[in-house]
Design a protein around this ligand. Sequence first.
Ligand code: HEC
Ligand code: HEC
Length: 243
Amino acid sequence: MMKKVIALALAAMLIPGLATADPRNAPKAAGIESKNYEWAKMEGEMKAALDVKGDAKKGEEGYEICGACHLPTGAGRPDGTFPQLAGQHTTVLIKQMADIRMGLRDNPTMYPFAKELHDPEELAHVSAYIEKLCVPIDHGKYEGPDAAEQIAKGKVLYEKQCQECHGKNGEGEKSKFYPVIAGQHYKYLLRQMTEIRDGHRRNANPDMVKVIKPYTNEQLVAISAYQSSLKMPGAMCKPKGKK
Ligand code: HEC
Ligand code: HEC
C-alpha cells in the first residue's frame, strides 16, 4: 500500500503536466481549458486574477499610474522603451503582470509600480480597461530604406512559423495566452525576440523558444519589421480627422 502511494507521488513529480494542467485548476471566469496552459503554472495571483470578471470602469483609475510610462492611450513609445498595451488580451496582461510581480520576467523599471496594484481583483480590472483601448496605428515601424524587402522576408517566416499561434493579423489568441502583436513597436519586438531567443525572458513559451532558437539577428530584424506592419481589422484606432 505504502509503496503504491510513494510510486504515485514520484510519478506526479516526474510528469510536470500532471501538476500544472489539472483541470480542477482551470480559472472559472475566463473559461480556459487546462490544455491551453500546460506550459504555464496556473496558480497564485495569475489564477486568482483570471477567476475575477474584470470591470473596465473600475480599472480606469488603477491604470493612471501605468499611463506615466505606457501613456494614457496605452500606446507606449515608438522608441520601444515602453511597449504598447492597448488592445492586448486580458489573459496576456494578467500573465505578464503576475510574472513581473513574481520576478519570473525581469522588469526593474516597472517592478515598483507593478507592486502598487493591490490585489488580483485590481489586476483583473486594469487588464479589462487596457484590453478595450483601441490599437494605435501610428506606432514605431521599421524605417530603413530596405523596409519593403525586410517586410517581405519577414512575412515568409511569419506565415510559416508564427501565424499558427499569433494569428494572420497579429491578433494572438486570448484563451491560450498568445499575445497580440499587431501595432507593437518595432524596437520593442526586436528586443523581446532577441531576449526570448537568447533565453533571457524566462517566462517565455517553450514551444516558441524552440521555433526562434535558430534565428539569426538578420532574420529577427525581418520578422520584427513584418510584425510591426500588421493591422487587426476592427481593433485599430481611427486615423485622426483632417484639420
Ligand atoms: C516606470 C515605467 C513603467 C510603469 C509606471 C509601468 N510600466 Fe509596464 N512596462 C514598462 C517597461 C519598461 C516594460 C517592458 C520591459 C521589457 O522590455 O521587457 C513594461 C512592460 C509591461 C507589460 C508587458 C507587455 C508585453 O507586451 O508583454 C505589461 C502587461 C505592463 N507593462 C503593464 C503595466 C501596467 C498594467 C502598469 C500599471 C500598473 C505598468 N505597466 C506600469 C514600464 C512601466
Ligand atoms: C506555440 C505558439 C507560439 C509560436 C509558434 C510562436 N509564439 Fe510568440 N509567443 C507565444 C506565447 C505564449 C507568448 C507569450 C509568452 C509569455 O507568456 O511570456 C509569445 C510571445 C511573443 C512575443 C512577445 C510579445 C510581447 O508583447 O512581449 C513576440 C514578439 C512573439 N511571441 C513573436 C513570435 C514570432 C515572430 C514567432 C515565429 C518566429 C512566434 N512568436 C512563434 C506563443 C508562440
